[in-house]
Design a protein around this ligand. Structure first.
Ligand code: 13P
Ligand code: SF4
Length: 302
């Protein structure tokens, strides 16, 4: 173990590289990462960092967004097959169809989407800035892609706008069932329920707090409560426990695992760094169009 950590440290210096990691990756990756965060934080910091190379321990849309925003940097993905299935659950034809139907329309795109989709939308959002951004948009009609659950949650908080939903979802969050949550609440009656807005509206309706991964960590850390039921991917427990050694955290079911995030291992990080493999590439035509929606997100989320 020690040997591989030393190797990664040495390679980082040699290559002028920095390691970014999402809260869902394996504990040992979060441990060695220079920066760990939610999707919004990681997209922002990737632009600001001075290093020439970013090793992105996350899924494809995260590394792709970093490359789109910082084309001069080399973005390396330790595991090329770590992809988010929801990123592919939106259709360009459907976006065109909705644009023809509504005049006063903004197509709002969750950052969990491909660069091809980002090319034809008006603005990107993440779960930590979606409410702020949607409220700030002048348009009355919002077509929210790809996640129907996040879309419905935002719509419930912004009743003054009209929403059109897509049918995308995250299998990890969508499969958290209300009866499982009720069982967890019965087993831990004093626990606060903290969930991600990719969960269904029924689960969200039974929660004490709804927010991004960083929001959930901040809430638990600031809270006076000692016990929490967590409705998001299990990788978040690493930071929750690290920040709150005296508090207890429970999951709702046994399937709160994103198999793609878990594909990233220390050996793959070391190998990718050493050999410069899996470099993220985005063609110029795609990049110059997709960057507009991402830059608009960074501007409106400020
Ligand atoms: P966050 O932006 O809250 O980190 O969420 C990313 C994600 O993929 C949730 O499933
Ligand atoms: Fe995608 Fe769900 Fe994994 Fe997040 S947890 S990266 S939305 S599959």
């Amino acid at each position: 173990m020690k040997e591989i950590l030393l190797k990664i440290e040495k390679l980082k210096k040699e290559k002028d590289a920095v390691i970014l990691a999402h809260y869902y990756v394996n504990d040992e990756i979060q441990e060695i990462a220079d920066y760990v965060g939610d999707s919004y934080y990681l997209s922002k910091i990737a632009v600001e960092l001075p290093q020439k190379m970013i090793v992105f321990c996350g899924v494809t849309f995260m590394g792709e967004s970093a490359k789109i925003l910082s084309p001069e940097k080399t973005v390396i993905m330790p595991e090329a097959l770590a992809d988010c299935p929801m990123a592919h659950m939106a259709s360009i034809d459907k976006i065109k169809e909705i644009r023809e139907k509504y005049d006063d329309l903004a197509v709002v795109c969750y950052i969990n989407s491909t660069a091809e989709i980002k090319k034809c939308v008006d603005v990107c959002v993440t779960s930590s800035n979606a409410l702020k951004i949607v409220r700030a948009l002048p348009q009355q009609n919002i077509y929210f892609v790809p996640d129907q659950n996040l879309g419905q949650y935002i719509a419930s908080q912004v009743p003054e706008k009209h929403f059109i939903f897509n049918d995308g979802y995250c299998h990890v969050h969508d499969e958290i069932m209300i009866d499982e949550l009720e069982e967890a609440k019965a087993a831990h009656p004093k626990a606060k329920v903290l969930v991600h807005p990719e969960c269904t509206m029924t689960v969200i309706g039974a929660a004490d707090y709804v927010g991004s991964t960083a929001g959930i960590i901040d809430y638990a850390t600031a809270s006076d409560a000692d016990e929490f039921i967590i409705g998001t991917e299990i990788g978040i427990l690493y930071q929750l426990k690290k920040n709150n050694p005296g508090k207890k955290f429970y999951t709702i079911n046994k399937n709160q695992i994103c198999p793609n995030m878990k594909k990233i291992t220390l050996a793959k990080v070391a190998y990718a760094l050493e050999n410069g493999i899996n470099q993220m590439e985005v063609d110029d035509e795609t990049r110059t169009k997709a960057v507009l929606a991402l830059e608009k997100m960074l501007e409106l989320a400020r």
